[in-house]
Write a protein of this length. Structure first.
Ligand SMILES: Cc1ncc(C[n+]2csc(CCOP(=O)(O)OP(=O)(O)O)c2C)c(N)n1
Ligand SMILES: Cc1ncc(C[n+]2csc(CCOP(=O)(O)OP(=O)(O)O)c2C)c(N)n1
Ligand SMILES: [Mg+2]
Ligand SMILES: [Mg+2]
Lengths: 340, 325, 325, 340
């Protein structure tokens, strides 16, 4: 297996209650099944444009999603379906947006790479590498300034650690002690290039933490419990004025970079090894080990499947967006006029 | 009315809005303790304290990114980019993030912020500290673009920009910072998107911005006195929104358009206005549209060279007197 | 002549020049092993090896900065910026460094490099991966700007750009990558700064670029057939240098100008051409200058919306048939 | 004294020959006297525009200047008079450029912030923070590609370590093992803001070296011998394929940031303490300690003074640049035409 071997072992049940554990299970499942559906939909040519799945990386979005306060803020990337859903955004809205329908979260104007649901604290998906790190810092600044104890959580990939905005955002957040958590999902690849081929250090985020006077944190990003615990710990600290954290979560994407990518650049067997460590598979096994009943898990699986089916139908039933939308919302007045 | 310099009007505009609205915060490099390299923000730190007036590292992407994130979540930041040339190092945040977020999210996200920056030449600073990049900004959908020529407009338009729900790129003219003018006392807020007719003539309409407004006015005096050519001078004040009603009306009245642009020639704001006139005002035109611009070159540094690139009063007089009768 | 796709012509142009000149090196993200996200550089790594064809980290400033430093010291780099929208993250290197260094150093420094980038919409990628930013580039003094519409031009103009002693921003049209056309075999080098008249008519001159050339041609057919309007179509090919001789002559002949621009309206390249015509060709004009552009908005993503923003054949036909007789 | 106390003590004379030592002394003096003259000239209003002196920082430019091979390349900032002179650029050319005269290195077109003399390997002064780091990396790439064993040396300030381009250039140079030496002149201040107020770590460059898998190097930037030794060591390594280095040289500028700056933001006494450690003062004392004769040093001082006087007169005698220059050298064909 490429990258660091993640640490093993379940947390003592006492630390994370079984309600939380079921929530983590359910959420991972929601993300997985919804994205698998997205994949089916573009095979059916119902999703145009591009689309970046995070199949295999669900434990990270879910671990944070469950740990966050409803008024916390998420900032994520073009690979942001999971992170947006994890804040409670509607599946219909997500699938609808991917399909370019009226019911889409963004009315079809943003597309797959820009999912946003401000009402749920999902403050946007950003498609140009690096930009959302300083933006997340800014949200954290606003929380700090107003004393609201909200936290901004910013997800990004390993490849993102080599762009200038990463550096600026980290330094800036530390000197202002901002309540922002930077979460690097190290899935070992940029688009098609292994991160190790283009990075001066082994752990692209964690090995740079010291450059910002931050603690070095590497976690198993396929273990929802570990993510949840880490999220809780650093978010609590941030709420109390302890400043930012930089977390590197080791994981792997099961699919290609985007719909166009068959991912043939991967060494033979790599995917298979990581499938063994599929976050949902290991979490399910852990729940059973910890004494949860199979039927409970089955029920959840059925519920989520039904939920995804329903969302799919609703999205399919939605019309193409009205052309009027083209000239709406450039400006706060609702319009697009640049002249009188 | 008090007489203020252009730079004092900047501080006055910011102070007025910070006093009125707690959500207004101000950040930039060397802006707090030092009061800005152009001394345009002296006194703000003392008046509003270090939580609202903040010095930043040399991290323009972080500065504008932070301003954006804060604006999205309820604050109304004013961010300074020291020289407008440096917008290039954070252009992604301006052009791709701040400008597009409202639209891409179908109206969910608001980014009410102001980016103030020192624009333009005349200080012998050379090609990387003297550019006029108002046309870069005008080319980006989703951002308003303001460039005042007078201290009163600095205060009034800056206040209006801070209150605006949309992002505004506010170009301050470097070589006007010590220019003095009357500024209304007390709360003063102007309106974005209104050009101002500073002088009316019958032979030609000169449309200008920022420093070029002053040169246009001076040239118009000379043209009247020495060449018998009577010019209207329109101060555009805001490129976006653009007051095409005023411009179209004035050009229709005189039958001729001359734009005076400090930006280098190609794709300058004057080209946009020329193209609007050449379409919508074509039948009222009595002769060619003339653009007087900085040539399409990086700006040279030596005084003699610089003085011969940015449109001067003499060049404006010469061009217009030769081509308009 | 062989039939190549536009993307194959990219690889062919690069390969031709790399084979000829050891100083030509190529760098970018995912360009070597993967052959580029648009598969436009497949095969180059195998042919020229890992010292000349290099994969880079996501560090656009480093990529273009490195290209510049290498160009200054004797190499002839080709750098890929994956999507032209990303030029915003390295705009300083383009606009302030690469473009200005020769001038600022009074000719001491040469920066012979090519920046290739995928430009334009039509792929439902949304506002941050679909922009047409050829006008950003045209606004910067010191950089040449090329945007081919046909595979043959891709190869010939790319070769010419690589051989040019000046920096060239080379815009490849994303939605044309699979477009096929005849490309001359063997060594083929075109010339920068020459527009091409693709069709001559008598009622109006349509000036277009890249994808819009194809739409203009199609629209011209329909206008002729269904509306009896006979159009000249000029493919600008290079915005800098700009072939004003050809454009002025063609507009003078027809008396009307229509520009078709994929860039959003304000300060688009068509505005510049319109302003040149409105000055230098004013007396030959028989009616208003018309600009057909993407509206001044960020680009929406959904197919139905995107198709109704970028100028379509139908919109071109409609505008011209309504306004030109 | 703010910042790290630099290490004390002269190198054993065996290491650095006395010819080299005299060269180091002379060069520091040239930089000092030429820049002092520049200051006088702008008090006389003969220098328009801005101008950034590095009075007090001469040991760094000189230490590298003497250690570099003639075909090595220097990349520096707007505060680049010293670095350009240290490569052998003409004083008349430098002063002439500052005064906007025809004889200026750039014919008056670039000005104080862009001094360049390609014939001497002075590859430009860059006035936008950060940009020249990747550009220097590119020159190093060209040397590596052609196997010339040239080295690119890139000078920049402490404040520059917080901008994105710094991060990108460092990572890029390390993964390609480029022969480039990054020299951070830590003079404790950005323009008017102490670097410590805006940086997450104490040593803005050295404390980040590990983030690029580089050695942590902090040296006394006021000790020309130490600079020379460090320069030689890392340039040799780079020539042999050992890759880049990042050096933080502690120093202090005696004057303000630019001509407009009275530098009142400095704590009382700070300047005085650093004047005690004036690089030229300590170097002169060391030379005497090491047995050089006072008269030799006096001779050098007189020669350099005469040289500066001569350059000043030559620059003053030079005309303002010809207006034709405005439209020259935008393009390689010598002209500025953007149309036919
Ligand atoms: C500035 C910029 N450069 C390049 C790209 C193209 N791009 C999109 S995703 C990607 C790879 C990102 O890798 P990583 O940060 O590891 O995230 P992952 O896709 O693995 O989640 C690249 C290069 C971009 N969107 N923005
Ligand atoms: C991108 C950018 N931001 C801001 C500036 C303005 N500026 C010029 S010098 C300077 C301070 C630089 O400090 P440092 O890197 O420590 O160098 P020093 O001046 O001390 O030599 C600043 C902020 C600039 N030139 N470029
Ligand atoms: Mg990745
Ligand atoms: Mg400094």
């Amino acid at each position: 297996m490429t990258g660091t071997t993640p640490k093993k072992g379940a947390a003592p049940i006492s630390e994370i209650g079984s309600e939380t554990r079921l929530a983590l299970f359910r959420m991972q499942l929601e993300l997985r099944l919804c994205e698998k559906r997205a994949y089916d939909l573009f095979l059916q040519n119902l999703i145009k444009g591009t689309s970046h799945l995070s199949l295999g990386q669900e434990a990270i979005a879910a671990g944070f999603g469950v740990a966050m306060r409803p008024d916390d803020w998420t900032f994520c990337t073009y690979r942001g379906h999971a992170h947006t859903l994890a804040r409670g955004a509607s599946m219909t809205g997500v699938l609808g947006e991917l399909m370019g329908r009226e019911c889409g979260l963004l009315g079809g104007k943003g597309g797959s790479m820009h999912l946003t649901d401000v009402s749920k604290g999902a403050m946007g998906s950003y498609a140009i590498i690096g930009a959302h790190l300083p933006i997340a810092a800014g949200a954290a600044w606003s929380a700090q300034y107003r004393g609201t104890e909200q936290v901004a959580v910013c997800f990004f990939g390993d490849g993102t650690t080599n762009i200038g905005a990463f550096h600026e955002a980290l330094n800036f957040s530390v000197i202002w002690k901002l309540p922002v958590i930077f979460v690097c999902e190290n899935n070992l690849y940029m688009e098609y290039t292994p991160i190790s081929a283009v990075t001066a250090v082994e752990h692209p985020a964690a090995d740079r933490a010291a450059a910002y006077n931050l603690e070095r944190v590497v976690i198993d990003g396929n273990d929802a419990d570990e993510v949840y615990r880490t999220a809780t710990k650093f978010m609590n600290r941030a709420r109390q004025g302890g400043g930012p954290a930089l977390i590197e979560a080791m994981t792997y994407r099961h699919s290609g970079h985007s719909r166009a990518d068959p991912a043939q650049y991967r060494p033979k067997g790599e995917l298979e090894q990581w499938l063994e460590r599929d976050p949902i598979k290991i979490y399910r096994e852990r729940l059973l080990e910890l004494g949860m009943v199979e039927a409970t898990l089955r029920d959840i699986e059925e519920e989520v499947t039904a939920q995804v089916n329903e969302a799919t139908e609703a999205a399919k039933a939605s019309a193409a967006p009205d052309l009027a939308g083209i000239h709406q919302h450039v400006w706060a007045d609702g319009g697009a006029a640049w002249r009188n | 009315m008090a007489e203020l310099t252009y730079r004092e009007a900047v501080a006055a505009g910011i102070a007025q809005e910070m006093a009125r609205d707690d959500r207004v915060v101000f950040l930039g490099e060397d802006v707090a303790h030092a009061g800005g390299v152009f001394k345009a923000t002296v006194g703000l730190l003392d008046q509003f304290g270090p939580l609202r007036v903040r010095d930043c590292p040399i991290s323009e992407q972080a500065i504008l990114g932070a301003a954006m994130g804060a604006a999205m979540t309820g604050l109304r930041p004013i961010a300074e980019i020291m020289f407008s040339d440096f917008l290039a190092v954070c252009w992604d945040i301006v052009a791709n993030e701040i400008a597009k977020s409202r639209y891409m999210t179908n109206g969910q996200v608001s980014v009410p912020l102001v980016i103030r920056t020192a624009n333009g030449g005349g200080s012998r600073f050379g090609a990387q500290h003297s550019q006029s990049v108002e046309n870069w900004a005008m080319a980006i959908p989703g951002i308003k673009v303001v460039a005042p020529a007078f201290p009163a407009d600095v205060k009034g338009l800056l206040a209006a920009s801070i209150r605006d729900e949309d992002p505004v790129l506010f170009f301050e003219q470097k070589s006007l910072y010590s220019f003095k003018g009357e500024v209304p006392d007390g709360e003063y807020v102007d309106e974005l998107g209104k050009a101002r007719v500073l002088r009316q003539g019958k032979d030609c309409t000169i449309v200008a911005l920022a420093l070029m407004v002053h040169r246009a006015l001076e040239a118009a005096e000379i043209l009247e006195r020495e060449h018998g050519i009577s010019c209207t001078v329109v101060d555009v004040r805001s490129l976006v929104p653009l007051d095409t009603v005023t411009i179209l009306a004035e050009v229709a009245r005189t039958g001729r358009l001359v734009t005076i642009e400090e930006n280098p020639r190609l794709c300058g704001w004057g080209a946009e206005i020329a193209s609007i006139i050449a379409d919508e005002c074509f039948w009222e035109l009595d002769g060619p549209i003339i653009r007087i611009t900085t040539p399409h070159i990086p700006l040279p540094s030596a005084d003699r060279l610089e003085d011969n690139t940015i449109p001067s009063v003499a060049r404006i007089v010469q061009e217009i007197s030769q081509r308009i009768d």
